[in-house]
Design a protein around this ligand. Structure first.
Ligand SMILES: CC(C)(COP(=O)(O)OP(=O)(O)OC[C@H]1O[C@@H](n2cnc3c(N)ncnc32)[C@H](O)[C@@H]1OP(=O)(O)O)[C@@H](O)C(=O)NCCC(=O)NCCS
Length: 170
């Protein structure tokens, strides 16, 4: 079987701890201040599940990233706090963070990274992908087949929607 998460040669590669500074720069350009996570919160997820962190580069510059982590049940992966362990019996892949620098939006970079998340979920046999939609992205995610499950407050005063997609398959 081909490795479904292999880089496509389009400037995408797995992210590593050395990329944290660049990741934080993209994050700060993309999110309302109350949604900015400390580096250690993101890094903890990348270290626990390195296959879930991918970046898109334009030359040497990181222009977009995705961080996914296996999850279990209906619990939402907390924002802003380090994750200390993976669930014993994960039943879904959770897209914890996806961000594209404003100057690079509309070129389907995010869609490529979402496809990567689907590949990772399939590779690990997860039948569902979850996420928390913020900043008015619910329609974006609906376009990718995610359904709203419940409204929630992800950070103080920040409306959000927990969304879920069930993957097809035998
Ligand atoms: C949401 C985000 C990741 C999309 O990145 P992108 O690379 O521009 O998206 P793509 O190029 O893959 O997708 C473009 C398509 O999505 C649509 N789209 C993009 N953002 C949208 C939004 N917020 N709501 C509805 N549709 C949206 C575009 O209109 C376009 O539609 P088309 O296919 O009909 O032309 C990007 O805007 C971003 O980083 N936002 C800030 C961080 C954030 O809020 N992340 C989501 C956390 S849940």
């Amino acid at each position: 079987m081909n490795d479904p998460v292999a880089a496509k040669g389009d400037g995408a590669r797995p992210l590593a701890a050395r990329d944290m500074k660049a990741i934080m720069r993209v994050q700060e350009a993309c999110y309302h201040p109350s949604l900015i996570e400390p580096a250690e919160a993101l890094l903890s997820k990348m270290l626990l599940f390195p296959l879930g962190a991918w970046g898109c580069f334009s030359g040497e510059e990181l222009v977009a990233y995705i961080v996914c982590i296996p999850a279990e049940g209906g619990d939402v992966v907390a924002l802003g706090r380090p994750t200390v362990s993976l669930p014993r019996c994960p039943d879904r892949l959770h897209i914890h963070d996806l961000a594209v620098l404003p100057a690079h939006r509309g070129r389907y970079i995010a869609s490529d990274l979402v496809r990567k998340a689907h590949d990772i979920a399939s590779w690990f046999g997860h039948r569902r992908i979850s996420l928390v939609s913020v900043q008015g992205t619910e329609r974006y995610w609906s376009g990718h087949g995610f359904e709203p499950i419940r409204a929630m407050e992800y950070a103080p005063g920040v409306p959000a929607t927990y969304m879920l997609k069930t993957l097809g398959g035998p």
